[in-house]
Design a protein around this ligand. Structure first.
Ligand SMILES: [Zn+2]
Length: 345
């Protein structure tokens, strides 16, 4: 019999699923705050995959991805161990906020310390209780408030093991992303644990196709790691973008986007307009480079300098845009995972 898995002083026997509260702090009302962790410890030994969401407390699609993941039939005969953390930044989640109560970004507080700020202590607790046990990780994010991201994987593609996970996830858009100081990914990388980030949708919103793509991606990674049974499938090689840039507002006003996420845009193409709200002026917003539109501002009210469009530079972007479209169509036409009723748009 496989040895039990230990997390935060609790034991999980092989072949069982436990829901463990990792204590982090308490509110000033003395209410204890903990990070809930699902531990699914398979009967057969294998990788320990961490799947985390809402490290930015207002990024919700990952919470739903994990809820569906835990009900997924593929997990019935699990090899290895799944550590699923639907809400890492519990403080931010309660307040609909990306940040912690001290306005710090938890994803800039890693590896943390026992005696530092609230963010540093929370990061430290999460690292010791969860991340240090993992052999692989997927961190689920969305765009910031009022910004949508096309489903995409961001990863340090200079690390071959990370690049493999990024490809295994199976979304058409994969972007190289440098490790940011203080991020969970950077700390994991230092510890030799490959972690990728999935970005999809907008903060404070659920998006059915982003959730479906994310759930499929997590299951695909689990297949790749041989944690769940897999049908033989032809290897997929997503094109990767090594760089991206934001198109910013050149003036203040009311913004209209003329292109949808996933579109291939050409340098110099008019992709949006900014007018004044009283209808007297109108300015074109022009793509600064060729590429795929991977992020977009959704709030019509913009100041000069506001980030409007995120364009990833790809060779042969038109071909990729077609792949994105067919990926999206397949997701939209596919019935919800298992018997899951879809969230209506
Ligand atoms: Zn985020």
């Amino acid at each position: 019999m496989r040895a039990p898995f230990e997390l935060a002083g609790e034991k999980v026997t092989a072949g069982s699923h436990r829901f463990i509260q990792v204590p982090v702090a308490q509110l000033y009302t003395q209410t204890p705050v903990s990070i809930p962790v699902h531990v699914l410890h398979g009967r057969r030994s294998g990788p320990v995959l961490m799947v985390s969401a809402a490290i930015h407390g207002d990024e919700l699609n990952g919470v739903e991805i994990i809820r569906r993941l835990l009900r997924h039939s593929a997990l019935r005969n699990l090899r290895g161990t799944l550590l699923a953390v639907p809400v890492v930044n519990v403080f931010g989640f309660i307040h609909h906020s990306r940040y912690l109560p001290d306005r710090r970004d938890l994803n800039r507080c890693f590896p943390g310390s026992e005696s530092g700020s609230l963010g540093a202590r929370t990061a430290r607790m999460f690292k010791t209780a969860v991340l240090d046990h993992a052999t692989h990780g997927i961190d689920l994010h969305t765009g910031a408030i009022h910004r949508s991201n096309l489903p995409q994987v961001r990863a340090n593609l200079d690390n071959p093991e990370v690049a493999d996970l990024a490809q295994a996830f199976g979304v058409p858009v994969v972007m190289h992303s440098e490790l940011r100081e203080g991020s969970l990914r950077e700390t994991a990388d230092t510890a030799g644990v490959p972690v990728i980030t999935y970005e999809a949708g907008e903060a404070l919103r659920y998006d059915e196709s982003c959730v479906r793509a994310g759930l499929r991606g997590v299951i695909n990674v689990m297949r790749h790691l041989e944690m769940v049974r897999s049908r033989p499938r032809k290897p997929r090689q997503a094109q990767v973008a090594r760089s991206s840039s934001w198109v910013r507002a050149e003036n203040d006003g009311v913004f209209r986007s003329l292109v949808a996420l996933g579109r291939y845009v050409r340098e110099g193409e008019c992709i949006g307009r900014i007018s004044d709200p009283f209808g007297t002026t109108e300015q074109d917003v022009v793509a600064a480079s060729d590429g795929i539109l991977v992020g977009r501002n959704n709030l019509p009210l913009v100041h000069e300098g506001e980030a409007l469009f995120h364009i990833a530079r790809y060779e042969g972007g038109e071909d990729l845009a077609r792949k994105v479209e067919s990926f999206q169509n397949k997701l939209d036409n596919h019935e919800g995972a298992e018997d899951e009723p879809p969230i209506a748009p």
